[in-house]
Design a protein around this ligand. Sequence first.
Ligand code: FAD
Ligand code: NAP
Length: 338
Amino acid sequence: MQIQHDISLKPYNSFGINAIAKDFADFDSVEILQEILEDKIYLQAKNDLVLGGGSNLLFTKDFNGFVLKNNIRGIECIAADELYYYIQVGAGEQWHQFVMHCVAHNYAGLENLSLIPGNAGASPMQNIGAYGVEIKDCFYSLKAFHKKDKTIVAFKNADCHFGYRESIFKNKYKDAFVILSVTFRLNKKPVFHTKYGAIEKELEAMNVKDLSIQQISQAVINIRKAKLPDPAFIGNAGSFFKNPVISNEQHENLKAAFPQIVSFPFQDQFKLAAAWLIEQCGWKGYRKGDAGCHPNQPLVLVNYGQATGTEIFELSEKIIESVKATFQVQLEREVNIY
Ligand code: FAD
Ligand code: NAP
């Protein structure tokens, strides 16, 4: 176990923000994690941060605490029954590599979630979702280390209180646990989800005859590559804001005032496409210095090179204010701010 000091977090966050971490250590087992948590440097630290792939956070200042970088690896089929495979993945595995492993082995259920950056351990944090699928649909359980109690706790699906980009780990148990591994219950017989977004159109363009999870995964990869900025070239953390969920009454009023508004029925309410709201307020393609709003997908704020976290954050404030002023809708940030 090695503790480093005053290291740049630039390589560890997909926005490419050059924040400095006071203390930093990585771990690839729960034993090393425990060693770190018992070290006097950790015990004296003001605060801490468990870091996965750094693709859902924004540093607005240096991190004056202890960064714990999770590198626990391993993918294993731990059980199978008539209908399902139970696949356990170490928190430090890259999410997309894990999905590719499942797709290659015909473990069905995660194919719509191809090409999402970040690590498997963070996937339950906001119940990652795309193209009509969320991990809660095939999440089975996870193991997490309680930092204060020093115990390993198992969480089943219902224990995680999954919601739209939400879980218990963002609320009641915020900062309490280090997720060590996640187990997914994946189908032997696939159930295809192709009705969402541009998937059907892309499958048609690919001239797909026999639908398979491999084809769906490829369609999602193609769409995402064409539309979303690759953090390797343009710093970003995906959707900066959640799509707001509003009441039927508010939806009716908005629809009357803005007939083109993009909305979807959502659990007896309505979900608005935040990207549409932001575009209407004139932000799509906006750039000031190196902080901007992406020209293809205005929900994604970007760092064209040297933007600071504060500049990105200030841009997000302005977007929130203008959407509120125009539509009386409150945008909420999806990205975790530090
Ligand atoms: P990090 O950014 O490292 O961490 C995020 C939060 O989780 C932090 O609060 C951190 O402390 C906590 N955390 C991380 N790992 C652990 C752990 N092991 N134990 C406890 N806490 C932990 N998200 C979607 O839902 N759907 C998408 O389609 C999607 N598309 C994206 C596209 C792009 C181009 C980008 C850049 C991002 C996208 N995201 C998407 C957001 C992001 O990739 C996911 O939220 C991802 O799960 C974050 O994983 P990470 O390992 O990078 O987490
Ligand atoms: P899109 O397909 O252009 O759709 C725009 C919005 O409309 C999405 O946010 C999506 O909501 C919603 N939507 C589309 N079809 C829908 C349907 N049939 N029923 C209900 N809602 C529908 O979106 P995109 O930006 O290209 O992203 C595609 C998918 O990847 C989306 O699911 C999106 O959430 C996900 N994604 C997420 C992130 C992130 O960082 N969180 C980044 C990039 C892409 P939902 O967002 O609720 O799905």
